[in-house]
Design a protein around this ligand. Structure first.
Ligand code: C2E
Ligand code: MG
Ligand code: MG
Ligand code: MG
Length: 283
């Protein structure tokens, strides 16, 4: 949306204009080597029975001076400087290793580990090697690997990116469109690109219980996904009312603060043991 565009431009300017922004950009070059990156994990659940479907890995940076930083503090500059691929290679391997460990201790029901990636990553030979490494590692694991990519990146370099994604898909990775509904993909791209899952942007989920139009848009996306034979993940579920509505619409998966915020691996492990979310969720 226009509002989002304006927000991005402004925050970019602010970051560039401050010495802290410059400092972060310099420090980020060493963050991977110094072991300052952390992987946080947010649970994804099956809406039908609220059982655990897997986790999305989300990057954090434990800055020695500024403390724990979220991606909004450094990812945009990392994309500009090209650091993004080093970061994404790190989290891909880390999340793969973690899923392998969890999988070995689980009851064998299928689960997914999701990582976020950019068009830069997908076209990087090293990233491709790492995907193969993770797919190999998870070969006999209950965990499968899913790559989350935003719509805009898919549309920009459709040919190359989609060829790469198709290869990963053939090798066993699943491909998700992240923040679906906020980008520019046409119905044709949806039909032609190698996509298994649509992740409905949380801005729609956020307003769907108050705003009829958002609600009907989400319903239409769920229907569209069924027609195209893809799964839907609803992002940003914060209330039981939203979860129930989405379940009734036939959305397969859900993710949001209602089920769990992104958390360190140690905490996430408790979710893998509990399995089903008997929590207050749908009470
Ligand atoms: P995303 O991939 O769409 O991830 C979901 C974001 O929504 C996460 O923010 C998550 O904390 C937040 N979220 C989840 N549930 C709720 C909810 O119920 N309410 C609200 N208000 N927010 C919720 P986070 O961790 O700050 O990440 C922001 C974005 O940064 C991600 O959006 C993704 O685009 C990007 N990102 C995060 N980690 C990585 C990474 O390792 N590599 C790359 N390339 N991008 C990443
Ligand atoms: Mg994501
Ligand atoms: Mg998203
Ligand atoms: Mg998002």
């Amino acid at each position: 949306t226009v509002r989002k565009g304006i927000h991005i431009v402004r925050s970019q300017k602010e970051t560039d204009g401050t010495s802290r922004g410059h400092r972060l950009e310099m420090d980020l070059r060493h963050a991977v080597a110094r072991g300052e990156l952390r992987a946080f994990y947010q649970p994804v659940v099956r809406l039908s029975d609220l059982s655990l479907a897997g986790f999305e890995a989300l990057v954090r940076w434990e800055h020695p001076e500024f403390g724990l930083l979220g991606p909004e503090a450094f990812l945009r500059s990392a994309e500009r400087s090209g650091q993004i691929t080093a970061i994404d290679r790190w989290i891909l391997r880390e999340a793969g290793r973690q899923a392998y460990e969890w999988g070995a201790a689980s009851d064998g029901r299928p689960l997914a580990i999701n990582v976020n990636c950019t068009g830069h990553d997908v076209l990087d030979a090293g990233y491709t090697d790492d995907i193969r490494w993770v797919l190999d590692l998870l070969h006999d694991s209950p965990y499968s690997l899913a790559l989350e990519i935003t719509e805009s990146l898919l549309v920009e370099e459709t040919g190359l990116v989609s060829a790469e994604l198709q290869e990963h898909q053939a090798a066993g990775a699943r491909v998700c469109i992240d923040d679906f509904g906020t980008g520019y993909s046409s119905l044709r791209t949806l039909q032609e690109l190698p996509i298994d899952v649509l992740k409905v942007d949380r801005s729609f989920v956020n307003t769907m219980t108050k705003d009829t139009q958002s609600r009907e848009l989400v319903r239409a996306v769920v229907h569209l996904s069924q027609v195209l034979g893809k799964h839907v993940v609803a992002e940003g579920i914060e209330s039981a009312e939203q979860a129930e509505l989405l379940r009734q619409m036939g959305a397969t998966y859900g993710q949001g603060y209602l089920f769990g915020k992104p958390m360190p691996a140690g905490e996430a492990a408790a979710f893998t043991e509990r399995g089903v979310f008997v929590a207050a969720a749908l009470a």
